[in-house]
Design a protein around this ligand. Structure first.
Ligand code: SAH
Length: 235
């Protein structure tokens, strides 16, 4: 059986204690018992192999016997900016699976959804990271306004915004050779306004196409991240 992974905040020497939802998942859902091996991640890029020593009512203790660098993480960074939309849960799950290192939801002129459930998104991030074998939980912040999102994107060497009215330039064209960091923008169902696209461009963001057809936000998100990672040489 594949060794299951669990996230926790910290380890103490060679001991790790799982509590809360991760304890519940480990013992009640996947039915682990004393003597079973698990992988524990604390978000530092390593997989800690541990043997469960004891299972209590609300927690379990495991002893770490091996530490290995996790090889499933993107080596550079992919910061994914998504316009808040109905499919945000799905998109966040796919972003984690594909390897996004940071997820930034944003409000733009054509978004009419508010009240994002941050707790639920955090849970989706954790579950997806466990399922796809990651050792880091990508950071997902509260939604920011579009101009703030543009500002945050300055952390990346390459910055691209997917726009259905753009013709010609692809993500591959936009990403510089030998670069490692990419900020990628996909709009909500309502898309970007011309003013927003012009603003992004003025701030140094490149406008790119994902092809001739208009994709739904969730399709665009998956396609854009895949193409972005390919352009960075991360596939
Ligand atoms: N509301 C717009 C489409 C929005 S699609 C309309 O109906 O015309 C949602 C988002 O997906 C867009 O903001 C864009 O970021 C991305 N997208 C969809 N199709 C695209 C394409 N062919 N090229 C680039 N981006 C695209």
């Amino acid at each position: 059986m594949e060794i299951k992974r669990f996230f926790c905040d910290r380890i103490d020497g060679d001991k790790v204690i799982l509590t809360g939802e991760e304890f519940h998942h480990c013992v009640k859902v996947t039915r682990h018992k004393a003597g079973f091996t698990i992988i524990v991640c604390i978000g530092d890029g390593y997989d800690y192999y541990a043997k469960i020593e004891s299972v209590e009512k609300e927690s379990l203790t495991a002893k770490i016997f091996r530490k290995e660098i996790n090889k499933n993480e993107v080596s550079g960074s992919l910061i994914f900016f998504q316009g808040v939309c109905k499919e945000l849960d799905f998109i966040v799950q796919k972003a984690v699976e594909l390897g996004a290192t940071r997820i930034v939801p944003f409000y733009s002129i054509n978004t009419n959804i508010s009240g994002i459930k941050q707790d639920r998104l955090q849970k989706i991030v954790r579950e997806a990271a466990k399922q796809c074998g990651r050792a880091r939980l990508p950071d997902i912040c509260e939604p920011v306004n579009f101009d703030k999102a543009i500002e945050i994107s300055r952390a990346a060497e390459n910055r691209v915004l997917c726009y259905e009215n753009c013709r010609g330039k692809t993500i591959k064209d936009a990403v510089a050779k030998n670069s490692h960091t990419l900020a990628l923008f996909v709009g909500a169902e309502g898309g970007f306004t011309e003013t927003e696209v012009a603003y992004a461009q003025e701030k140094g963001v490149q406008i790119v196409t994902l092809g001739k057809r208009i994709l739904r936000a969730e399709t665009a998100a998956v396609a854009a991240m895949t193409l972005g990672l390919a352009a960075l040489g991360e596939l």
